[in-house]
Design a protein. Structure first.
Length: 71
């Protein structure tokens, strides 16, 4: 039996990303500044945030592990 193919989950707005991770929009903006794999397109008045859920989750988990190592 063949394994199901991985289907990427693309999040296409700041709201979607914040809701998926249960954080604020400002937190997502901070993540972008800190190198999160989130693409930001557009100008100040019309920004679009896009990411792939698994990529962002891996970044998030690795960042948390780094922070725990510094405690």
């Amino acid at each position: 039996m063949q394994q199901p193919a991985y289907v990427p989950v693309i999040l296409t707005s700041l709201d979607d990303i914040a809701k998926q991770f249960a954080v604020s929009k400002n937190t997502i903006k901070d993540w972008v500044k800190n190198g999160a794999p989130i693409v930001v397109n557009g100008n100040e008045r019309n920004r679009r945030y896009t990411t792939e859920l698994a990529d962002l989750y891996i970044w998030f988990k690795s960042r948390n592990l780094e922070n725990e190592a510094h405690l």
